[in-house]
Write a protein that binds this ligand. Sequence first.
Ligand SMILES: Nc1ncnc2c1ncn2[C@@H]1O[C@H](COP(=O)(O)OP(=O)(O)OP(=O)(O)O)[C@@H](O)[C@H]1O
Ligand SMILES: [Mg+2]
Length: 223
Amino acid sequence: MTQAPGKKRGSLITLEGIEGAGKSTVARWVCDWLGRHGIRATLTREPGGTALAERVRQIVLERGEEQLSAATETLLMFAARGIHVENLIRPALDRGDWVVCDRFTDATRAYQGGGRGVDPALIESLASQVHGGLQPDCTLLLDLPVPVGLERARSRQAGALDRFESEAQAFFERVRAAYLALAGREPGRIHVIDASRPLEAVARQVEAVLERLPIPGGAVRVR
Ligand SMILES: Nc1ncnc2c1ncn2[C@@H]1O[C@H](COP(=O)(O)OP(=O)(O)OP(=O)(O)O)[C@@H](O)[C@H]1O
Ligand SMILES: [Mg+2]
């Protein structure tokens, strides 16, 4: 990540995975864990995270009468991300806070790229224009079989499904495969967590990753 010399900055941790993988649950757990280790962390999510970006979220998730092409959906995701990065993520990191973000650009790579077939070159070009130089320091990919995730998501929610939740299983199989391919390409950043296990077992796997991060004022702890 680009950084002015000597500038104090926090780390960006992102949570990824298909619907119902446990991202929001684990994101809260990560913030609590960081708090217990003396690190102030801001919890946020994508698409959204600021008042204006949440309005873009609404546009992109709601199942209205009008069609959104895969390219338009991608542009909206990056519009929301640009607002979020400029107004919340970068200022927090520059203050030295840590940021825990429920989905980030890997979600666009997996959903719009893997799921919808958008050209990866378009996604990478937008990523570099919108947040060039800003990469997550650590990504937790919560991986589990698609039917298990969908069952968790659907049993949690009453009411109408959003534009993604209403997709067929085959769509999420492509998304899951794309996430795993990303993890295979960037094993140092993207940590695959077996999210099919009970929450305590998921937390133990996540803790093993967090313990390797550079905690301010302390040495990197290596088990
Ligand atoms: N490891 C787990 N074992 C069993 N249930 C879990 C586990 N992790 C999360 N859950 C439950 O599954 C449901 C979905 O979890 P959560 O909302 O955290 O998923 P999510 O990945 O954020 O989903 P979405 O993509 O829809 O936002 C919740 O009811 C949560 O309590
Ligand atoms: Mg969630």
